[in-house]
Every structure is written in C-alpha cells, then in structure tokens.
Write a protein that binds this ligand. Structure first.
Ligand code: UD1
Length: 366
C-alpha cells in the first residue's frame, strides 16, 4: 500500500489532482491518497467551487497560507508543510504543474529525502521572467519521478541531463478531467444566463503578471479586444488580480464601452460549458491552451512564448503575443473561416486515461 500526499494550492492544480485521487481511491488496496491544500488560492470561486464541481474529497490538511510576495508565500508553504511530511511519512509526495505550491512542497521533500513525483514535468517556455518557468525548472531538478504530458517535455528533460528511467510519458491529466466532466457540464445554465448561443461568442482569460500588472500593456490589450468584440461578443471571467488592476488603472470605462463582458471567475463546470461552446478563445493561461486543443476550438495565446508547443504543432493554438495589430488580424482571420474542421488534431495520450497510467507507474517503480 502506497501512502501518497497529493498537493494542491492554486486554481490550475485542482483539475489535475482530481482524476489522480479518484483513481487512487478506486485502487484502495494499492493506494492511500491524502490531500494537502496549501491555501495559495482561497476565494470560494478560485478554490472551494472546484472541489464541489470536480468531486474532490475535502483536504486532509489545509495550510491556509493565503496571498503574499513570492518569497513569503513559498516560505510559508514550506514551513507549514514540513511538519505534515514528518508526521505522515508518505511513500510519495505528488505535485502538479508549476505554481509556488509545487516548488515549495517539492523542496521540503527533497531535503527530507521523501520521494517526489512531478505531474506535468518537462514543460519549458525558455522565458525565465515567468515565475512558473523557475518553478518548473527547479521542481524537475529535484523530483524522483517526472511524469510528462507530451514527448517534447521528455526531450527537454533529457537535454537537461535527467536520467531516462526517471521520465515517464503518461499523457495529460487535465484532459482526464475535461472528458470526465463534459457530460455533467451540459447541466450548467451559464450560456442561458449570459444570453449566449453556441459559436456566437468568444471567451477571454487574462491573468499573467506580464500582461496585467502594467497599465500600458493591459490597456493596449483591452483596445485590441474591444475591436474584436465589435464582431463577436467576448465573455471575460476575470481573475481577482486582473479585476483589481482594471479598477486601479482606471480601465473600467474602456471595458464598459465595448462588447467585452466582464464576469466573476467561474467554477470548473460553468467555465467548461462556456468555452466548449465558444467560436474562439483568447487567453494567457497554460491549461486553456490544452483544453481548447482537446476540444478543437481555435485558441489565440496572448503571449510571446508557450511551454506547451504541442498545442501549436498538434492542436488549435496560435501564439499572437501582445501586439494589438497581430491579435486583431489573427482573430479576424479565425472569425472569417467557414469551418474549424482543419483544426482537429489531438496530441498522443490526451485520452482521458493519464491518471490510470500515473498510478500504474507508481506501482511499478515502488
Ligand atoms: C497563480 C500561479 C499561476 C497560475 C494562477 C492561476 C504562481 C507563481 N502562479 O497565479 O501560475 O496560472 O495561479 O490562477 O504560483 N487572489 C485572490 N483570491 C485568491 C487567490 C488570489 O484575490 O483566491 C489575488 C490576490 O490579490 C493575490 C493575487 O490574486 O495576491 C495573485 O495570487 P497568487 O496565488 O499569488 O498568483 P496568481 O496570479 O493567482
């Protein structure tokens, strides 16, 4: 029986851990899964609603660290997590993704000699100004098992000198959650509530510090989006940090005078229902690049680089950066297409069974 501490902290972690914990619970003679929530995200809309929507059991440990600077947040997680590891003596600690909770918990375990499995290992944007890139590089460097979503990630790790036997290509757990929840999401009334019909709107998300923390950049992006929204309404569930910055920079009017419609952050099922019916998605999120690829929905990524190049080579993603002209041009081109059928390519092992493979690997190498 393997005792595994599964770490979650921020919004994009919840849909990755859900299928893994479900699979571990199904194999109850092989696994004892426990959940640790660091509390990096804490708003109902950023955290609790995901537990409900994804059927994740209540966390066994809640570290309640909250928001702070990177150093303080990372340090708080480490300080609070160390006694849990010492007390529980897990066989494995499983971390997902690239948020501060990921590196903080991995670092605690590396120092205590507890084995770390990193889900979504090996992704690289090669942009070290992104906090997530630092988290990815460091977490991979100290993990014992590197579970990857695509073969380009395997190559990145090998090029960094990681031994091949530590790397396992298992597929994408985020897509496990997506396929698992598609049917259930049909019960969401979000489209009706917002008066939308399928393929007659676009969806926008924006929260990267590089896009939303400087007035000039955020304002330029909103101008481009306002122009696109004249052709197609854009629904914009805003991250708390983005919403706060829009107000702080005095950009609320710019949005109100356009057809960009700001909403509160949505839960997993409502958001899935929303973007799965969109004509196009515009985003700076990592996960949404993958989710749109899995559903063959055109995605414009408002960044200069991506750690998920597979969504371009084998999916629907296009990098458009933050240049207003380029964003508008690409969006208009997508909108003028008669059909999106050319976009139907899905990366290998994005098949809804990644969690099963992760559990198999953990049992094989114990
Ligand atoms: C974090 C992750 C990022 C991920 C994102 C998804 C890191 C370095 N970044 O960024 O990779 O894409 O989560 O959302 O880990 N806030 C709230 N309520 C909350 C959480 C945050 O109001 O529940 C506000 C606070 O003002 C906080 C700010 O959002 O200071 C930023 O939160 P933080 O967790 O530091 O980073 P994110 O930008 O959410």
């Amino acid at each position: 029986m393997l005792k595994v501490l599964n770490i979650v902290g921020a919004r994009p972690n919840f849909m990755k851990i859900a299928p893994i914990v479900r699979e571990m619970k199904r194999r109850e003679t092989d696994f004892l899964p426990l959940i640790v929530h660091t509390g990096q995200h804490y708003d109902q809309a950023m955290s609790d609603s995901f537990f409900t929507d994804l059927g994740i059991p209540k966390p066994d440990f809640h570290l309640e660290v909250g928001s702070a600077s990177h150093a303080v947040q990372t340090a708080r997680i480490m300080t609070a997590f160390e006694p849990v590891v010492l007390e529980e003596k897990p066989d494995w600690v499983l971390v997902v993704g690239d948020v501060n909770s990921t590196i903080a918990c991995a670092l605690v375990c590396a120092k205590l000699g507890v084995k770390i499995a990193h889900v979504e290992a090996g992704l690289r944007s090669r942009d070290r100004s992104m906090p997530e890139e630092i988290n990815r590089i460091l977490t991979d460097a100290i993990s014992d098992l590197l579970l990857t979503t695509s073969q380009d990630a395997d190559e990145n790790l090998k090029n960094e000198g990681v031994a091949a036997d530590k790397i396992k290509f298992v597929g994408n757990v985020m897509i496990d959650s997506l396929f698992y929840s598609l049917k259930q999401a049909e019960n969401s009334t979000v489209r009706e509530d917002l008066n939308l019909s399928a393929k007659n709107y676009a969806v926008l998300t924006l929260h990267r510090p590089s896009n939303v923390d400087e007035k000039e950049i955020l304002s330029g992006l909103l101008d481009a989006l306002a122009a696109i929204s004249e052709k197609l309404p854009i629904i914009f569930p805003a991250h708390p940090r983005t919403k706060a910055n829009i107000e702080r920079f005095g950009l609320t009017k710019k949005i109100e005078s356009s057809n960009v419609r700001l909403t509160e952050p949505l839960g997993y099922l409502d958001f899935l229902r929303l973007y799965s019916g969109a004509k196009m998605v515009l985003t700076d999120s990592g996960g949404l690049q993958e989710e749109t690829t899995a559903l063959s929905i055109p995605c414009l990524t408002l960044r200069e680089n991506t750690e998920r190049p597979i969504t371009i080579s084998s999916g629907t993603n296009r990098l458009v950066g933050t240049d207003a002209e380029k964003i508008k041009q690409t969006a208009f081109e997508v909108l003028s297409r008669k059909s999106d059928s050319t976009d139907k390519k899905i990366p290998p092992l994005w098949d809804g069974r990644a969690a099963e493979r992760i559990c198999n690997v953990l049992l094989e190498i114990k």
